[in-house]
Design a protein around this ligand. Structure first.
Ligand code: C2O
Ligand code: CU
Length: 481
């Protein structure tokens, strides 16, 4: 059953870039108090700044941020409303804003040269779209993301259900890591070739909402909805809540049958989001660490749940935790068109290809890897330059299955713009929850099948969300027409 119309992406008349520019220059710089009149009318100012990630660090670090804070302001709007965001670029370089995971019309997708001209320094740009899906999303630039996002330019976008589930608190944790010098300054080696050809820029200092958070106060009996967003360039999180039993209720904004994580770990690749329901069932005046076990031998305590003296209630609430569906168009798997997608490249890529018996259609040499733009390939091509020929052309309003193979030695969180897709299988085995995602993690040598109805016309980016990989070839365009 595929019932979808493109009119779901209600297109109101959008101000042109020119009009946006005029508006931007006419308005004063609002600085901190920079949101507009209503929660759906927002002003974001991208600007450089300085911060100390820990008050004890001797040096402040050069960062980029929206409205002077990392993360930028949490945009919270009701499902079905129309969001209007004016972006002022006060950086000394071009930028754009992409609404990660949100099914917007193509012209609002924020991809330089593909869907819009970059926003020049001192210029403004207006984005406007209808928030059709409830869930946890985020916004970030799509220009030199490995440095712009890497320096803190991002924020959460929460689209609230018409009938949300009942909780005591709804919290957003934007997770990120930073590669700091001993003095506390960000190391300036963004986009270096080693990061590009290995696992990206993994940092050495992890923050929650831009700060180190040692303790997170909770009350016994309390029910929390915790929205986790991984804004890191490359770090994968694998969170162990130990004697707490988180229930996963949404992945990448889309509801899923509530369940406990397999193996007990909440795994979050770059750009991915997970909504949890967390019941506080331990005794007052106790502390419970949340451990990140992602990198063996490098486990550390992300934060701890700190039970304050006053319990909220005796028993665990029995309120429903299942979220209402966003009614995404269901792909017709019987009649879907199939497309192969092969990811190659990176350090030790040749070895993996050999062991999987894969031959590259186009010669893929170590010589090519000398150019940092050409370290990774999708279907034999490394994204180069700003205008890209589509790697796939999909017939509009048809169901499509992408059979993806990761013939590299590294993990890749693969993201598609403009659509959510259903993760059908991994290595030939159907997934238990047939989850909807917009970013799917692929392990080395893994094969993953995804399916979706291509109902949103335009040229859509399809790329690895390890930002150093995206910048060195692991990026392509899928045309829906
Ligand atoms: Cu989160 Cu192409 O982006
Ligand atoms: Cu990658």
């Amino acid at each position: 059953m595929s019932k979808q119309t493109t009119s779901a992406y209600s297109r109101r008349t959008i101000l042109t870039t020119g009009a946006g520019l005029a508006l931007g220059t006419a308005l004063p710089n609002f600085g901190w108090a920079s949101t507009g009149k209503s929660p759906t009318d927002i002003r974001l100012i991208a600007a450089p700044g300085k911060t100390k990630f820990d008050p004890d660090f001797p040096e402040a670090s050069s960062i980029f941020s929206f409205n002077g804070s990392i993360p930028g302001p949490e945009i919270r709007i009701p499902q079905g409303s129309i969001l209007t965001v004016t972006v002022d670029n006060q950086l000394s370089e071009e930028t754009t804003v992409h609404w990660h995971g949100v099914r917007t019309p193509n012209s609002m997708d924020g991809v330089p040269y593909v869907t819009q001209k970059p926003i020049s320094p001192k210029a403004s740009h207006i984005y406007e779209f209808k928030a059709i899906d409830a869930g946890t999303y985020w916004y970030h630039p799509h220009m030199r993301s490995y440095e712009q996002v890497g320096r803190g330019l991002y924020g959460p976008l929460i689209i609230e259900e018409k009938k949300p589930i009942r909780v005591d608190r709804d919290e957003t944790w934007m997770l990120d890591d930073w590669r700091l010098e001993k003095t506390g300054k960000i190391q300036d080696n963004f986009g270096n070739k080693h990061d590009m050809s290995h696992n990206g820029r993994v940092g050495n200092f992890v923050t929650i909402n831009g700060k180190r958070l040692d303790k997170f106060p909770v009350q016994k009996g309390e029910r929390l909805r915790l929205r986790l967003i991984n804004a890191a360039n490359a770090r994968i999180f694998a969170l162990d809540f130990q004697n707490h039993s988180p229930m996963i209720i949404a992945l990448d904004g889309q509801p899923i049958e509530p369940h406990e994580p397999e193996g007990g770990l909440i795994i979050l690749g770059p750009a991915m989001r997970i909504d949890l329901v967390l019941d506080m069932q331990q005794e007052t005046d106790t502390n419970h660490a949340i451990i990140d076990r992602s990198y063996r031998g490098l486990e550390y305590q992300l934060t701890s749940l700190n039970y304050t003296a006053k319990p909220l209630r005796k028993h665990k609430p029995d309120w429903r935790i299942k979220l209402p569906s966003n009614n995404l168009p269901e792909p017709d798997l019987q009649n879907a068109e199939r497309h192969e997608v092969l990811f190659l490249g990176g350090m030790m890529g040749g070895m993996v290809m050999q062991s999987m018996g894969i031959k590259s259609a186009k010669p893929f040499s170590m010589m090519g890897m000398m150019h940092s733009k050409n370290i990774w390939h999708i279907n034999g091509v490394a994204a180069e330059g700003s205008i890209m020929d589509p790697m796939l052309k999909l017939d509009i309003n048809r169901s499509h299955i992408l059979e993806m193979t990761n013939a590299t030695a590294w993990h890749h969180p693969i993201h598609l713009h403009g659509h959510s897709f259903k993760v059908l299988s991994r290595n030939g085995k159907p997934t238990k929850y047939q989850e909807w995602q917009d970013t799917v993690m692929m392990a080395p040598k893994e094969k993953v099948e995804i399916a979706f109805v291509a109902d949103n016309p335009g040229d859509w980016m399809f790329h690895c969300h390890i930002l150093e990989h995206a910048a060195s070839g692991m990026m392509g365009v899928i045309r829906v027409a």
